[in-house]
Design a protein. Structure first.
Length: 56
C-alpha cells in the first residue's frame, strides 16, 4: 500500500493513535515503521497528539 497521499498518512497516524490508546504498542510500532519506510517521521507530543513530517 502506498502512503504517499496526505489523507492516507493522516489515516495511518489516526490508526496508530488508537492503537497507542489501546496500549497495542506492537501495532503502533508497525504503523510508525511503515510510515518511516516511505519517508514519514512521526513525533509524539506530550499532550498525546502526534505530528508528522516528510524526511528530507
Amino acid at each position: 500500500m502506498s502512503v504517499g497521499r496526505s489523507s492516507t498518512i493522516v489515516d495511518l497516524i489516526q490508526q496508530r493513535q488508537v492503537a497507542r490508546q489501546q496500549r497495542d504498542f506492537a501495532t503502533a510500532d508497525q504503523i510508525r515503521d511503515r510510515l518511516a519506510a516511505v519517508g514519514i517521521t512521526v513525533v509524539d507530543q506530550p499532550d498525546g497528539e502526534a505530528r508528522w513530517h516528510r524526511q528530507s
